[in-house]
Design a protein around this ligand. Structure first.
Ligand SMILES: C[S@@+](CC[C@H](N)C(=O)[O-])C[C@H]1O[C@@H](n2cnc3c(N)ncnc32)[C@H](O)[C@@H]1O
Length: 240
């Protein structure tokens, strides 16, 4: 019932900082986030698979001199996060509703300074490896929108996904700056998270899962044409 109400609210109320299908700005925002949404020149940080966007709103409060964009395909979750933005009066937090593989349609080359990937779906089936957000084809896409040497932070409760990610990074010759299988035992690394725990993290820790965390940097020189490129001028946004 509450979920239905939220969806109705989402289509009836306009919020300028939510970029979603049906809005004119949806197709013209590429390369213009600072100018059109944030009206400043500050760094842009993405939270991928953001759900309710706890990192965007939490970090947005801690770092008023950075811009945060929570990205997810599920609109009702973004609307939950947008209520937090309204309550806290945050001017540096926005949301984008799109598929993560389509990031290139919405961000220009080098427009993004940093990426957080927070508890994405683990996709444990072998045949689903291509859908994992740390599969090389996703890393390739992140390289295109990140500035050179841009930072990626990855957090998951899922040991299989974490091990898979470390394997991918090793194969791609991407060194991790830090990595831990139990973040909660690393007080220095915990500081980077500012006490923020997402809805899924609270659920997973209550079930006794450890939280895994690593960060690494991606270089433009490693962009490959091995994976199909989304051309924002050619692809149809509605065809997701
Ligand atoms: C397990 S939930 C985690 C949500 C949130 N980060 C948290 O920790 O509470 C994974 C989220 O990723 C989103 N998601 C999964 N694959 C996606 C994709 N390819 N593009 C956009 N969103 C995606 C889902 O809609 C879902 O909200």
């Amino acid at each position: 019932m509450a979920r239905q109400k939220q969806k109705k609210f989402a289509v009836t109320q306009q919020r300028d900082y939510i970029v979603e299908p049906g809005k004119e700005i949806y197709e013209s925002i590429r390369g213009q986030w600072r100018e059109k949404i944030f009206k400043n020149d500050n760094p842009i940080v993405l939270e991928l698979a953001c759900g309710r966007g706890e990192y965007s709103t939490g970090l947005g409060e801690v770092y008023p001199d950075k811009n945060f964009i929570g990205i997810d395909i599920k609109g009702d979750r973004l609307w939950y996060g947008s209520n937090v933005v309204e309550e806290k009066g945050l001017k540096n937090v926005a949301f984008l509703r799109c598929f993560i593989l389509d990031l290139e349609k919405f961000f220009a080359d080098g427009e993004v300074d940093e990426i957080w990937i927070v508890h994405p779906d683990p996709r444990p089936r072998k045949g689903d490896a291509k859908k994992r957000l740390t599969h090389p084809r996703f890393l390739n896409n992140y390289r295109k929108i990140l500035k050179d040497n841009g930072l990626v932070r990855f957090k998951t409760d899922n040991q299989g996904l974490f091990e898979y990610t470390l394997e991918v990074l090793e194969e791609e010759k991407i060194p991790t700056e830090v990595q831990t299988f139990n973040l909660y035992e690393e007080p220095e690394l915990m500081k980077e998270h500012h006490g923020i725990k997402t809805r899924y993290e609270r659920k997973f820790t209550a079930e006794g899962h450890n939280i895994h965390y690593c960060r690494f940097r991606l270089h433009k020189k490693d962009i490959t044409d091995k994976y199909p490129v989304h051309n924002p001028l050619l692809s149809n946004i509605a065809s997701n």
